[in-house]
Design a protein. Structure first.
Length: 228
């Protein structure tokens, strides 16, 4: 069962895309639930924490910066990422600027026990054509192959399709990231194209695989899985 905790942050335009379904009315709070996905808004901005069985999605804070820098500079992690290096100053500046980015929604991924293991988000959110780019990183290698990335991905798909009302969510994945490709296919993403020899790694060029999911396919997935 998904649950959400709420608090206040400074005003930010980034969350206006969320089309709030929770409003603060004096001492009364009115909520709306769609499937297993929630959206909360309170006055200006949301401080959203989405909790599932094994993962927690929460706002990224400056306290996360050192871990992110460690992951971004780890060759075993960054071989799967667009970004191959990061300084602590760069990461702190990105975190400070993130709430003001209208076309992005980013979360830290914690385990149910409160261990920060990565991040997930939607970027390049297009309000006209209703699509976005999906990205995820499980930076803590101790938590690879445990299903936590799949759970976080499903939460973001739910959020994107049911709360942002997106029509399409897409992603890029490198051909040598076979584990991720299998996970995305199992979740319901469809291979749609290839950018040939698009990424350079360890002296060799590799293809980038383009994958996407439509809102109708998300609805079919919910029906098959018996989501309520």
């Amino acid at each position: 069962m998904t649950s959400v905790l709420l608090g206040l942050l400074r005003p930010s335009r980034a969350w206006m895309l969320a089309r709030a379904v929770v409003f603060y009315e004096g001492m009364n709070m009115r909520t709306q639930r769609t499937s297993n996905c929630f959206l909360l808004a309170m006055g200006y901005t949301v401080f959203m924490i989405i909790k599932e069985k094994n993962v927690i999605l929460r706002p990224i804070t400056l306290g996360d910066a050192e871990r992110f820098v460690l992951w971004f500079n780890d060759p075993e992690v960054n071989k799967f990422l667009h970004r191959r290096s990061m300084t602590l100053e760069q990461e702190r500046e990105w975190i400070k600027a993130s709430p003001e980015k209208r076309q992005e929604v980013n979360f830290a991924i914690d385990t149910s026990g409160g261990v920060h293991i990565g991040s997930v988000g939607l970027r390049n959110i297009d309000e006209v054509y209703h699509y976005a780019d999906f990205g995820i990183m499980i930076g803590d290698k101790n938590y690879w192959n445990k299903g936590l990335g799949s759970e976080a991905t499903n939460l973001m798909l739910c959020y994107g399709f049911e709360q942002l009302h997106l029509h399409r969510i897409e992603l890029d994945v490198y051909e040598y990231n076979e584990r991720a490709i299998k996970v995305y296919e199992r979740i319901g993403f469809i291979k749609e194209g290839v950018k040939r020899e698009h990424v350079l790694w360890d002296g060799k060029f590799y293809d980038t695989i383009l994958m996407g999911m439509l809102a109708s396919e998300w609805e079919n997935k919910k029906t098959r899985k018996g989501f309520s």
